[in-house]
Design a protein around this ligand. Structure first.
Ligand code: ATP
Ligand code: MG
Ligand code: MG
Length: 501
């Protein structure tokens, strides 16, 4: 059943003839610290619900928060990597609102005094570079996680009941907010995706988070507005919350451009509201009318001392920054002998990390690239997920490549092995065994198949005997068919010619 109401859309190109989009991206990153932001609860992913909680992260009376130094360090390193200024002195603030996933009824965040501000990140799309301004990157804590059960939709409206897990409440978050982004409209969705991709690479290079979007370790809010061409004043924005894959960031941006355009073109008004993106339908629906900043009644957190990182510490942390992802990619491209354009294809496929890991597991770089940007990218696209979410590991891909190079699999058989791994049939070797996919390398077995093919194609065999070697393909084809593609074609050719000379 389609849940999202079908909404009038304007064609993408048509929308961009009349309006220019303005975007703002808010990315939340969960830091991979051992303990939470303001208490010493563990942060392990996947623990039984409500087992990693204490009076502080549950907001019980009498509990007091203490700032996690490792989280501040992570925040500063992220700020420095984004070319931000680091505050000499900053405070936490209470952001007040009521929601069941937030036991304290306020979120400890930062408001007008973020730890870092005014930076940028460069991204590349279609061979063009865009500098995305960073407004600020501030520290806060995550909320609990709610699950809405039953009802007609499985969503909060109409659910029978909701469950909440507070293990996530209090996990350190860095919220990275861009300045308004103005790029050529037709590139806006790709630039949004490229920005989140680049940011993810950077966060991983820093080692501060695994930034796995499918685990919610990195989530993006897509703010979007349109303004009539030639106008300078920004239009009213919508804010699509918690978009959780690279592909969805791109799709949500595109959808909102088309939806805004349809509303505006028909004389309607955009209301400032939060929206939800639905992966299956590729649409957004209205969430809640957005609070204004004053609705949150921000005020300085009285239970925490200000954070005043010394300049020596900041400079020392600057010294720990990794090579920028751009420089790192240039080095890899040179190592692999590919152009920067090919490298961009790899990055935009979101496959860089998988390829590096596959090479580390022993595969040559061209083979690793071929699988991740070819067959696996195709399957990911078909399933509507990012390649990193496919149920196959770099080590498994490296094993498949190894089997091809050892002459035990042909390319065609290898694709079936990969299909088996993706279908959950186990490791490559298990799939080979279970599906009987090994190359038939035993000559006597091949000869039996060859003799049968010769007998079935007597006229062709006669031509080959008479010296017409071009006809050999017919016999090879018949052998490949009878061995279900499990023979090595080159070896079959040798044997057929040997038989018929
Ligand atoms: N008219 C607009 N059109 C598109 N983007 C906008 C517009 N005005 C602001 N933005 C962008 O939207 C984002 C707003 O994020 P910000 O965190 O500042 O505020 P918020 O969304 O009100 O707060 P919250 O953190 O509670 O979601 C920024 O990236 C900003 O650049
Ligand atoms: Mg927002
Ligand atoms: Mg925000």
């Amino acid at each position: 059943m389609s849940i999202a109401k079908t909404q009038e859309l304007l064609g993408f190109d048509e929308a961009l003839e009349r309006y220019d989009p303005v975007m703002g991206l808010e990315v939340h990153v969960e830091l991979g610290t051992n303990t939470k932001m303001f208490c010493s609860c563990p942060t392990e992913f996947g623990a039984a619900p409500n087992t990693q909680v204490c009076p502080t992260c549950l907001g019980l009376p009498g509990s007091l928060p203490v700032v996690n130094g490792a989280a501040v360090e992570g925040a500063i390193r992220i700020g420095l990597a984004l070319h931000c200024e680091i505050a000499q002195w900053c405070r936490f603030a209470r952001k007040n609102y009521f929601y069941p996933d937030m036991p304290k009824n306020f979120q400890t965040s930062q408001y007008d005094e973020p730890i870092s501000y005014n930076g940028y990140l460069d991204v590349e799309v279609d061979g063009r570079s865009f500098r995305i301004g960073i407004e600020r990157a501030h520290m806060e804590e995550d909320t609990g996680k709610s699950t809405h059960v039953g009802g007609a939709t499985g969503r909060i409206h109409g659910a029978d009941y909701s469950l909440v897990d507070y293990n996530r409440a209090g996990i350190p978050l860095i919220e990275i907010v861009t300045k308004p982004i103005e790029v050529p409209g037709h590139l806006a969705p790709a630039v949004a995706r490229a920005y989140v991709t680049e940011l993810r690479e950077l966060i991983r290079a820093l080692g501060v988070s695994e930034a796995r979007m499918e685990r919610g370790q990195m989530r993006c809010d897509v703010n979007l507005s349109l303004r009539p061409k030639g106008e300078t004043k920004f239009g009213t924005r919508s804010e699509t919350k918690n978009v959780n894959s690279l592909r969805s960031v791109e799709r949500a941006t595109r959808y909102e451009i088309q939806r805004h355009a349809a509303v505006l073109a028909s004389g309607g008004r955009i209301v400032q509201e939060t929206r939800h993106f639905h992966e299956n339908e590729g649409t957004t629906t209205s969430g809640r009318v957005k609070e204004e900043a004053e609705d949150y009644r921000y005020f300085p957190e009285p239970d925490l001392v200000p954070v005043a990182p010394s300049r020596e510490w900041v400079e020392q942390l600057r010294g720990t920054l990794p090579q920028s992802p751009t420089v790192h990619r240039r080095r890899l491209a040179a190592e692999w002998g590919i152009s920067e354009f090919d490298m961009q294809t790899v990055v935009n496929a979101g496959a860089l990390e998988q390829i590096v890991a596959t090479i580390d597991a022993g595969a040559p770089s061209d083979q690793a690239r071929k699988w991740w940007t070819g067959e696996l990218a195709r399957v990911a696209n078909e399933r509507g997920v990012d390649v990193g979410e496919l149920p196959i590991t770099p080590a498994q891909v490296a094993r498949v490549v190894g089997l091809i190079q050892g002459g035990e699999l042909t390319d065609k058989l290898a694709r079936q092995v990969v299909e088996g791994v993706l279908a959950g049939e186990g490791d490559p070797d298990a799939v080979v065994a279970a599906r009987g996919l090994k190359v038939v390398s035993d000559d006597s077995a091949l000869l039996a198949a060859i003799d049968a093919a010769i007998a079935a194609n007597a006229a062709v065999a006669e031509k080959i005997r008479a010296g017409n070697h071009a006809a050999v393909g017919v016999i090879i084809g018949a052998v490949m068919k009878s061995t279900r593609g499990q023979a090595d074609a080159a070896r079959v050719r040798e044997l057929v010619l040997g038989r018929l000379s």
